[in-house]
Structure formats: structure tokens, C-alpha cells
Design a protein around this ligand. Structure first.
Ligand SMILES: Cc1cc2nc3c(=O)[nH]c(=O)nc-3n(C[C@H](O)[C@H](O)[C@H](O)COP(=O)(O)O)c2cc1C
Length: 209
């Protein structure tokens, strides 16, 4: 039976221990990843790349870069969500996005050039630190999508920023313009789901009617 949104949100929790025997069906995994592509991003630029670590050897190699948190080796697979910092140039994320939009929407050369100019003017004037932070914010949105989509399919996850980005890059052999930003192991829980602690509605929601 389909889960309600409340059931999905209550099902999801930061899973610390995964069942090492239970594998995610490849079609289910691909559907989760494919739906994650539909996540929103500023200007639609999608400045991200998701590396899916599926082999035992690579998970073991990754673990020390993540302070040996057990999720990395116990999970069925580990999604390393990277922020792209190569926004400029012909192979950069902006131009790639403009070309794809042109193809998908049938935009004219003129409209595409204006679109690219608008995005570039806004983003490329920023410092490299600002660009990195901007890209990472987009990645976090995709990360939340990934976890919700997984939960809807009964797949557990854990959002993780407890890792050393430089070491993760080294293990995965990433280029400098890919910054590991959020790591999300996926699999099936091997633990009781703890009770949630959350601030009360009235504490954090201020309705201005
Ligand atoms: C950005 C982010 C980074 C996190 N990093 C880690 C981590 O490295 N290791 C871990 O076990 N949990 C990590 N967590 C899980 C949080 O502790 C957890 O989401 C929070 O306590 C709420 O619990 P719940 O997700 O089970 O509802 C992280 C959560 C977020 C959102």
C-alpha cells in the first residue's frame, strides 16, 4: 500500500546500523536516483554529481574518511553527493544547462544566449568560496529529496556531513571541481527506530495572517 506523506516523513530517520545482508533491488535504487534528478536548483543549473559507491572494497576504503562511522560499510550503497564548482566555460554547469534547456524547450539561440548571460552575471561574479557554498546548498536540497524518495520505497538512509572532504575526494579520485558535500548511505535498518525529538509547532512556525 502507498505510504502517506506523514508516514514517509515518520519512517525516515538517521539510520546508524544497516542490515549487511539485505540489498536494494537495482531497479528500486535506480528509481530513487532517477527521481532525485527532479530536485529543484537555483536557475535549474543542477550543480551536482552523485557518486554511488556500491562495492565492498570502495566502501571499506571510504570509511576512514568518514571517521569510520559504521553506516558506510554496513549500508548497501553510499551516495556521495558532490557540489560542482566548475560553473563557467563551455564544459561548465551553466553552459551545459543552457544547452540542455535549449534542446528540451526548443529555445532560440537568442533566448539561450540571454538566459546564459543572466545566470552568468548572477553567479560568476561571486568568489570561489561563494560559488562553492551556493552549489552545496543546491546539493542539500537534492539530498533531502533522495532521503524522502528512498523512505517512500521503504529504503533507509542517513544524512552525513561527518567526513573529511579532501580524503573522500582522494579515495574516489575526484577532480578538484567536485566537492563531496553530503554523504547518504542507503540500505535497510538493522536497529529499532528511535523516537523523534522535534521542537513544537508553535516554537518554530510563525504564521503572519
Ligand atoms: C546535514 C546533516 C549532517 C548529519 N551528519 C551526520 C553524521 O555524520 N552522522 C550521523 O550519524 N548522523 C548525522 N546526521 C543525522 C542527524 O543527527 C539527525 O538527522 C538528527 O539528529 C535528527 O534525527 P532523525 O534524522 O533520526 O529524525 C546528520 C544530519 C544532517 C541533516
Amino acid at each position: 500500500m502507498d505510504k502517506s506523506m506523514r508516514e514517509v516523513m515518520e519512517f525516515r530517520f538517521a539510520c546508524k546500523h544497516f542490515d549487511t545482508e539485505k540489498k536494494i533491488d537495482v531497479d528500486v535504487l535506480h528509481e530513487i536516483l532517477d527521481l532525485t534528478r527532479l530536485s529543484p536548483s537555483s536557475y535549474g543549473v543542477q550543480p551536482w554529481k552523485f557518486i554511488v559507491v556500491e562495492t565492498e572494497d570502495l566502501k571499506k576504503a571510504l570509511a576512514p574518511a568518514c571517521y569510520n562511522q559504521p553506516q558506510i560499510t554496513e549500508a548497501c550503497c553510499v551516495v556521495v553527493m558532490c557540489a560542482r564548482t566548475d560553473l563557467a566555460g563551455d564544459n561548465g554547469a551553466i553552459h551545459q544547462h543552457v544547452l540542455k534547456s535549449k534542446e528540451d524547450f526548443g529555445n532560440s539561440d537568442e533566448k539561450s544566449a540571454a538566459f546564459e548571460n543572466m545566470i552568468s552575471t548572477s553567479l560568476l561574479s561571486r568568489s570561489s568560496q561563494e560559488i562553492k557554498a551556493w552549489s552545496q546548498k543546491q546539493v542539500y536540497l537534492a539530498g533531502m529529496s533522495l532521503m524522502i524518495i528512498a523512505a517512500e520505497k521503504g529504503v533507509d538512509s542517513c544524512p552525513m556531513e561527518g567526513f573529511e572532504p579532501a580524503k573522500v575526494s582522494e579515495v574516489l579520485g575526484l577532480s578538484e571541481d567536485l566537492v563531496p558535500s553530503l554523504i547518504i548511505p542507503l540500505g535497510y535498518r538493522n536497529m529499532e527506530q528511535p523516537k523523534k525529538t522535534r521542537r513544537e509547532f508553535a516554537d518554530i512556525i510563525e504564521e503572519r495572517k
